[in-house]
Design a protein around this ligand. Structure first.
Ligand SMILES: Nc1ncnc2c1ncn2[C@@H]1O[C@H](COP(=O)(O)OP(=O)(O)OP(=O)(O)O)[C@@H](O)[C@H]1O
Ligand SMILES: [Mg+2]
Length: 299
């Protein structure tokens, strides 16, 4: 369990997180989303006990202990947004160090090394690793203990497609085993694939707390259909606007915002008008548009 109760963090006079109340139960995966600087890392660091709340409380585990207390730290594992290890150590030595620190058995360390997928480089000094290899080692270290609470700050930022698959599968197993996971991401795909709920921070405030279903409904209503057309009648755009008032035309492209459900009717209308459709793409709502909606108070 992770509980934020009126959590506020102010740096100098700048409020990074304001009055956040959020409770995350066992076997739940929550994605913390929001634009750059919206307070996601500050929130995770407070849960990890690395920074103290200016006001309010952050509790970890069952029973809830204040973040930063030894019992709370023992119950969690934290992946920082920027990992750093002593450059002269090898990947294997780093895993071994954390294995002993967290009292984990050797099998788990082997699994972590596999996840880090250092491709024969686990005996080389970290100074010689690529940026992605260091991030992957960080993720492997964070996933080493089966702590009840996992805090992952942009775990997928440096992962290639193979790494992403391996990560998704580890998280699904951990969730099935009852772990509570709070992670941040800028990738909608990660969030939709993994999370049960979405907490969206904008400017340090919890702007929305949605279930997976609610988020996909909101995003679907902000999708865009693009059609490349030719031989269209002069009034085609006006006709399309009866179905989607925000439709626009740019050259041979018709841009039709709106929910996915209206798209078949738009395509039928364009065809029946005598126009030829040369190409068609559809895009679901994007997070940046969603954040702007939240800021604009339209949500
Ligand atoms: N140690 C600090 N001292 C002063 N200001 C800070 C500190 N840490 C964070 N901030 C400020 O707090 C705000 C929130 O930062 P935070 O790192 O939590 O954002 P974030 O949502 O994680 O952003 P990103 O998506 O870029 O990682 C920012 O305005 C940032 O400048
Ligand atoms: Mg951050």
């Amino acid at each position: 369990m992770i509980a934020f109760r009126h959590f506020t963090k102010t740096f100098a006079s700048h409020p990074a997180v304001r009055d956040l109340s959020l409770e995350i139960g066992g076997a739940e995966v929550v994605a913390l989303l929001g634009p750059n600087g919206s307070g996601k890392t500050t929130t995770l660091k407070a849960a990890a006990g690395l920074i103290r709340p200016t006001s309010g409380d952050v509790l970890i585990g069952e029973p809830g202990r204040p973040a930063g207390d030894p019992g709370a730290r023992e119950a969690l594992s934290f992946l920082p947004q920027r990992v750093a290890f002593p450059e002269s150590l090898t990947g294997r030595e780093v895993i071994e160090f954390y294995r002993r620190l967290r009292g984990v058995d050797r099998d788990a360390a082997d699994a972590a090394l596999k996840l880090a997928s250092l491709n024969g480089s686990s005996g080389r000094a970290i100074a010689t690793y690529s940026g992605g290899m260091v991030q992957r080692l960080g993720l492997a270290v964070a996933l080493l203990p089966s702590a009840p609470v996992m805090l992952l700050d942009e775990p997928t930022a440096a992962l290639d497609p193979d790494g992403l698959c391996a990560f998704y599968s580890v998280i699904e197993h951990r969730k099935a085993a009852g772990q509570t996971i709070l992670f941040t991401s800028h990738q909608l795909g990660d969030a939709e694939r993994l999370a049960d709920r979405f907490a969206i921070l904008v400017d340090g405030r919890l702007a929305a707390l949605l279930t997976a279903r609610e988020l996909s409904d909101r995003l679907a209503s902000r999708g865009v259909l693009r059609l490349r057309v030719e031989h269209e009648p002069a009034d085609l755009l006006n006709r399309v606007r009866r179905l989607s008032p925000e439709a626009t035309q740019s050259g041979d492209q018709l841009i039709v915002p709106g929910p996915a459900g209206t798209r078949p009717a738009v395509v039928d209308l364009v065809r029946e008008s005598g126009a030829s459709i040369l190409g068609l793409t559809a895009e679901e709502g994007r997070l940046d548009v969603f954040y702007r909606d939240l800021v604009g108070g339209r949500s």
